[in-house]
Design a protein around this ligand. Structure first.
Ligand code: GDP
Length: 371
C-alpha cells in the first residue's frame, strides 16, 4: 500500500475516458491509502459522500499556478504521502517539480502528444517527466509517446479496462428479445457504431463503405452518439441503401443492450492532422467485445491494443474501399460472427477486467516508489 495523493482535473462524477479509468481503479483501492484533490462538478457532493476516501474539490480547473501550488502544499502536508500522482501530465503535472515531493504521472495519449509539437511545451513536458519517479501509461500508445519525450523514463503500462459485470454477453433468448426491440428486421445483421460523432472516430467511413455494400446483403446500421458531425453523417446516410438508424445519445443501459444485440461493431477510427490527432485507446472497442460482439476497427493511436487478435479485424489503410470489402466478406458469413461471440468476450474478460487492472496499478505504484 503506497500512501499517496492523486491530483487530477478528471475525476468522477465528471464523465469521460480519463474519469472512468481513474474512477474504476480508485474505487478498488484501499480508501485508507490515498486522498484525491480534484475539481468541483455538479453532483460531486453525493458522489464524495459515498466514495470512502477523502476527496477535496478545488474550483473548476486545476492549473499549475503559484497559488495552486501553495494551496496544494498546504493540503498535502498533513496527509504525509509517500507519493503524489498527477493526471494528466500536462498541464497540472507541471506542479510536480515545484511541489518538491516524490511524484509520478499518468499518461493517456493526446495530452502528451499534442503539446509536444510546441517546443516550449515540449521542454516543459520533458522537465515534468524527468523530475518524476516514472509514469503509469494507460496503454502502449501513451507509453511510446512518453518514451519519445524522455527515452529512459520508467513507464508502467496499465491499460483502460471495463466493468465486465455490466458489459457482458446475454443468453441467446435475451439477445433475440433485444434484437426484436431494437431492429426493424431482427433476422438481418446489425452493424453498430458507438462514439462521439467527430471525424476521428470514423462514422463517415462506415457510412461511405455501407453505401458500397451489395444491396442484397441484409443488414441495418445503428449509430449511437452525438456530436458536431451529426448533420453531415445524416446526409451521408441518405446514400446508403440499407436502413441507418441514428439513436443520438443513449442512456448507458440502452447502449449496452445494443452492444449485446449487435452482430458486428465497426469503429474505423483514423489519424487526423498528419497524426497530431489520434485515438488514445478506443474504449468502445472493449465495450462491444466484452458484450460478445466482434469488431472491425481502424488503426489510430492505441486502438489495436483493444482488439481481440483472434476474432477482430484491423483495417490496414482504413479507407472506404477497404472497409467495404471487409464488410462484404464478413457479412456474407454471418455464422462465423456468431461462432466468435464467446471467444471475443473471453478475451476482454481475461485482459481488461478492472479488478485485475486495479491490482496492476497498485503494483506499478510500488514499483515506482520502491524501484
Ligand atoms: P472519447 O474520445 O473519450 O470521448 O471517446 P468515446 O466518445 O468513443 O467514448 C467514451 C465513452 O463514452 C465510451 O464509454 C462510450 O461508450 C461513451 N459514449 C459515447 N457516446 C455515448 C452515448 O451516446 N451514450 C452513452 N451512454 N455513452 C456514450
Amino acid at each position: 500500500m503506497i500512501r499517496h495523493v492523486l491530483i487530477t482535473n478528471d475525476f468522477p462524477p465528471k464523465v469521460g475516458g480519463i474519469q472512468a479509468y481513474l474512477g474504476e481503479i480508485y474505487q478498488r483501492m484501499d480508501p485508507e491509502s490515498f486522498m484525491v484533490i480534484t475539481t468541483a462538478v455538479p453532483g460531486c457532493e453525493d458522489f464524495d459522500r459515498g466514495f470512502g476516501a477523502p476527496i477535496v474539490r478545488l474550483g473548476k480547473r486545476l492549473l499549475p499556478t503559484p497559488a495552486t501550488i501553495k494551496t496544494l502544499r498546504h493540503m498535502i502536508a498533513s496527509f504525509s504521502p509517500q507519493l503524489v500522482i498527477y493526471d494528466p501530465i500536462f498541464p497540472i503535472g507541471a506542479v510536480g517539480p515545484a511541489l518538491g515531493l516524490p511524484y509520478a504521472l499518468i499518461a493517456h495519449g493526446a495530452e502528451v502528444r499534442v503539446p509536444a509539437y510546441v517546443p516550449v511545451l515540449r521542454r516543459q513536458l520533458q522537465r515534468t517527466i524527468r523530475g518524476s519517479l516514472g509514469v503509469v501509461a494507460a496503454g502502449g500508445y501513451p507509453a511510446d509517446e512518453v518514451r519519445r519525450l524522455v527515452a529512459d523514463t520508467k513507464v508502467m503500462v496499465v491499460p483502460p479496462g471495463i466493468a465486465v459485470d455490466r458489459y457482458a454477453p446475454v443468453a441467446e433468448h435475451d439477445r433475440t428479445r433485444l434484437r426484436r426491440s431494437w431492429m426493424s428486421h431482427p433476422d438481418d445483421q446489425l452493424i453498430l457504431f458507438v462514439s462521439r460523432l467527430v471525424p476521428r472516430k470514423g462514422a463517415d467511413t462506415l457510412l461511405r463503405a455501407a453505401a458500397q455494400l451489395d444491396p442484397r446483403l441484409k443488414t441495418e446500421i445503428h449509430v449511437v452518439g452525438d456530436g458536431r458531425d451529426w448533420s453531415r453523417l445524416r446526409r451521408l446516410a441518405l446514400g446508403v441503401s440499407h436502413p441507418v438508424v441514428f439513436h443520438g445519445s443513449l442512456p448507458e443501459a440502452a447502449k449496452i443492450e445494443l452492444y449485446q444485440a449487435a452482430d458486428l461493431f465497426v469503429f474505423p477510427a483514423r489519424d487526423r492532422w498528419l497524426g497530431i490527432e489520434r485515438e488514445g485507446f478506443g474504449i468502445v472497442i472493449l465495450e462491444a467485445q466484452a458484450c460478445g460482439t466482434p469488431a472491425i476497427i481502424g488503426s489510430s493511436g492505441g486502438t489495436r491494443e483493444a482488439l481481440s487478435p483472434t476474432t477482430g479485424h484491423l483495417l490496414r489503410a482504413g479507407g472506404v474501399d477497404e472497409l467495404a470489402a471487409v464488410l462484404g466478406g464478413v457479412l456474407a458469413r454471418p455464422a462465423q460472427l456468431t461462432l466468435h461471440r464467446s471467444e471475443t468476450s473471453a478475451y476482454v474478460r481475461t485482459h481488461f477486467d478492472y479488478d485485475r487492472l486495479g491490482k496492476a496499478y497498485e503494483e506499478s505504484l510500488h514499483n515506482l516508489v520502491n524501484g
